[in-house]
Ligand binder design. Sequence first.
Ligand code: UD1
Ligand code: CA
Length: 546
Amino acid sequence: MTETPQPAAVIVLAAGQGTRMKSALPKILHPLGGKPMVGHALTAARELQPGRVAVVVRHERDLVAEAVGRLDPEAILVDQDEIPGTGRAVQCALEALDSKAQAAAAAAGLADGEVVGDGIEGSVVVVAGDVPLLDGATLGQLLAAHHADGNAVTVLTTEVDDATGYGRIVREKDTGDVLEIVEHKDASADQLAIREINSSVYVFDADTLRRGLTGLDSKNAQGEVYLTDVVAFARSQGLHVRALLADDPMLVEGVNDRVALSVLAREMNRRIVEEWQRAGVTVQDPATTWIDVDVELAPDVTLLPNTQLQGATVVATGATIGPDTTLTDVEVGAGATVVRTHGSLAVIGESATVGPFAYLRPGTSLGRKGKIGTFVETKNAEIGEGSKVPHLSYVGDASIGEHTNIGAASVTVNYDGVHKHRTVIGSHARTGADNMFVAPVTVGDGAYTAAGSVIRRDVPAGALGVTAGQQRNIEGWVGRRRPGTAAADAAAGALGAESGLGDQAQRQLAQQNAAGAPTAPQAAATQAEPADQAPAPGADKEGKSH
Ligand code: UD1
Ligand code: CA
């Protein structure tokens, strides 16, 4: 088998509005599989290794141009003028490609007597920007058929049950060659019965295309310049026009509205999931598992139901993700587990554990065997090997060393209302529950902090940082201040039973309780009676370290 020549160019049609999407966003920028529709066309186009890729733009030109520039910086942007139609779009693209080719030829220098040619030579592939499942392999088959059969035009077609809206393929009875493509709105009753449709994906001989486009008019039901009319031109020149029928209609189906978008998005996902399953990934529930095209998974990764892996997420072998987890641009290390987690732009180390109910914001990096536990939010946080943030905490703009444990319900207070500041906690530190680290602040290696501390000043290595005040117990407060409540009754009962108070003591207690109880309960909490000030013995063990 001879090798198929590479095409001179691929032209991607992306100037249309996509009215039926009813969207401010141009149709071809609607995403599926984590990429705008036109991105899939560009990926497929590049697989043919063409001389050039041109993208025709008009509707929301700047938005589309920006997206194309990001997706494929080498692509040439071509502006379509106010004349509508797919034929006009290709005219504009071909003119741009031809003048580039002529300029290149002139720059390369011509031998005496040589003239600058008409422009590009060989084959030109045209694809609509709204056919997201079209892949490089199918385009390759189309191109191979084009050359093998010596065609002037080769059209990719398929058979559908409902051909409403599509251009119909009219074939010659004996040879099966394509006679013409008739748009739905221009079709006769007989032609409307044809189920073979034009996918808007073609290979043209460059010269035939150039000559065919010159003669196009817009005398049709839509008043547009139809690319499909080049087929009739080629036939009139006695050239071969043939069709490659794709068995799988999904591959060539265009998106016209949001119903089709969701159908094709699900189908794209189904194919991606199946590919990963065949590559050694366990996917427990393919129907609820969504994997973007650019995600990379190693063998023996396990994905549990309701997992979405987006963007450039990479998961190493043996890791388990899910259930109910969304990761965008996250790197997951080997053997890690990530349960009921929402994360983006984060790195999760080997054998680390995350969740359930964790929120990893950009810049989170969790070391090997580290832990980000339940109801924990992290951002711009480096958490070292073996370090743990197990419960109910916020760690933002922070560095935590290795093998450190952060107590439950702790917060790095990183924002002073104007600037963000960093918290640095060393290795082998153990911070108490309910700590506030008021940044900028540093806790040294091997340091401890007491429960309930508000750490505003650095804690040196090996020190215990304590800020909580001494605890006072005001004896009998409930009985005096909340008489007659269930709490007071319970206290009286407990005190009676525990202390084994005699009759007289009990009576005294009752008298005390009855005396001068204020009626406003809030006032009680803030008023301090002199008698209440006496510190309870042994109220605060930590107090000794002051
Ligand atoms: C076109 C085909 C039809 C085919 C169908 C497949 C023609 C005349 N008809 O019809 O035979 O069955 O696609 O979906 O070609 N575009 C431009 N500039 C324009 C108009 C369209 O760049 O002036 C682009 C669109 O952005 C889109 C593609 O061309 O990517 C197809 O345009 P669309 O309006 O969807 O064409 P259809 O009427 O569906
Ligand atoms: Ca269409």
